[in-house]
Write a protein that binds this ligand. Structure first.
Ligand code: SF4
Length: 189
């Protein structure tokens, strides 16, 4: 298990170095808008739980952003419950599992939503801009876009991983948390 791996003070740095694009996008939107809709909160929140952010750090993380937008009181009343719920601390105490690529790719984000898989759900121009911000060079970019055109979204993500880490990812990417742990393993090696 990867639980217990990151703490709040490192989160911006590891988001840059080791989050796959789907999570990086949600993370940056949250920092920018101080808000995410429900499906985005679920996708990012469960991923963060999977990378080892504990429930208290998680509450602090969401509180910091949401309180700037909706205020502290509303955060505690309307959002904190769901975060604890994701950790199995409320309701039926189910321990919710982070979403796989397949589940994320099959989701259907609407206007104003930021969840989903950017390789599938972004238009070409936005995707190129996002990849270039991540540091994907122009040669790797064309390989990635080729996979996107073939609707091989996970392969596109795998090629992105390989370009950014200058290392092979033979198993391929099938889960955002796998992307994260493979990345951390390489960066810490
Ligand atoms: Fe996220 Fe998976 Fe899409 Fe990569 S392929 S961006 S890890 S959903």
């Amino acid at each position: 298990k990867e639980y217990g791996e990151i703490s709040l003070k490192d989160i911006d740095q590891v988001a840059k170095s080791s989050f796959p694009l789907c999570m990086r996008h949600l993370f940056e939107k949250l920092r920018e808008d101080h808000h995410l809709k429900h499906a985005g909160r679920m996708q990012l929140g469960l991923f963060l739980k999977g990378v080892g952010l504990n429930v208290d750090d998680s509450l602090a993380f969401w509180r910091e952003e949401f309180s700037k937008k909706v205020g502290l009181e509303k955060f505690e009343k309307e959002y904190a419950y769901n975060i604890r719920h994701n950790y199995g601390k409320e309701g039926k105490k189910t321990d919710y599992t982070p979403y796989s690529c397949q589940k994320i790719i099959l989701s259907t984000p609407g206007v104003g939503d930021h969840h989903g898989c950017p390789y599938r759900h972004f238009g070409e121009e936005n995707l190129r801009a996002a990849l270039s911000r991540m540091g994907v060079n122009s040669r790797a970019m064309e390989d990635v876009m080729g996979k996107v055109r073939n609707r091989d979204y996970q392969l596109a993500c795998t090629l992105t991983f390989e370009a950014l880490h200058a290392a092979p990812c033979d198993a391929g990417i099938n889960h955002p948390n796998q992307y994260f742990s493979d990345s951390q393993r390489l960066l810490k090696a």
